[in-house]
Design a protein around this ligand. Structure first.
Ligand code: 13P
Length: 256
């Protein structure tokens, strides 16, 4: 049984004070919803405050990116050793970093290796553009992203990695994939993992869906067999909807 994982990717939202107020407001409400793993990924500057506010709880913190070098002349960047002690997870390869910051498949692979080397747990994001989707090439495209991200990653690291399938055309657009569409692509990601690492490893791997997930469509995604949780942008920014997403995931997976 794969434990569902619901992660809020806050992107460039919330000041440090707002982030701390948010987690203080939800931590007691999430305390009874332990059947799903809950993660919040605030902006870097909010990480120390959020980490302190959540210390002693089983709600985890994630960063939104990481550089592959330990240190160096990389203005604006944050390295894995800098995140140690502040976060458990780190999102790598989010489409917004691929699009706006020029992150390539090769960089994703280097970031994954750096994160793992420092004991951080990558959430590797993959997903296709609208043009690729409409050309019917989603499976091939996502397959290539997965193979590139996992190049040189040993099987014993897999239990520390989560994958997020986020079709770019569904992010922040209000236009989500259907549960069945997302399940089919996530199933094919699992098939690729089975080719790379064998069936048992592929079955154990947690794969989230992301893209306009909200309480109204959460059950549709979570009732799909291959979908193990969600990486959520907009709907993770409000207390009620974040708590509701976690509750619905637990219910849909029959864990509540
Ligand atoms: P939305 O939930 O706002 O569509 O964002 C999805 C996303 O990019 C999560 O990483």
């Amino acid at each position: 049984m794969r434990t569902p994982i619901i992660a809020g990717n806050w992107k460039m939202y919330k000041t440090p004070a707002e982030a701390v107020a948010f987690v203080n407001a939800i931590k007691d409400r999430l305390a009874d919803l332990k059947a799903a793993e809950r993660v919040v990924c605030p902006p870097y500057v909010a990480l120390p405050g959020v980490q302190a506010a959540l210390a002693g709880t089983d709600i985890y913190v994630g960063a939104q990116d990481v550089h592959w070098e330990k240190e160096g002349a990389y203005t604006s960047q944050i390295s894995a050793p800098m995140l140690v002690g502040l976060v458990k997870y780190v999102i790598i390869g989010h489409s917004e970093t691929r699009e706006y910051l020029g992150v390539t498949d090769e960089m994703v692979n280097k970031k994954v290796k750096a994160a793992l080397a420092h004991g951080l747990h990558p959430i590797i994001a993959v997903g296709e553009s609208l043009a690729i989707n409409e050309a019917g090439q989603t499976k091939e495209f996502v397959d290539r992203q997965i193979r590139a991200a996992f190049a040189g990653i040993p099987a014993d690291a897999l239990s520390n990695i989560v994958i997020a399938y986020e079709p770019i055309w569904a992010i922040g657009t209000g236009k989500s994939a259907t549960g069945e569409q997302a399940n089919a692509i996530i199933g094919s990601i699992r098939a690729t993992l089975a080719e790379l690492y064998g069936q048992a490893h592929a079955e154990a791997m947690r794969i989230q869906y992301g893209g306009s997930v909200k309480p109204a469509n959460m059950a549709e995604f979570m009732s799909q067999p291959h979908i193990d949780g969600a990486l959520v942008g907009g709907a993770s920014l409000q207390e009620d909807s974040f708590v509701e997403l976690v509750r619905i995931a637990i219910e849909a997976k029959g864990l509540g």
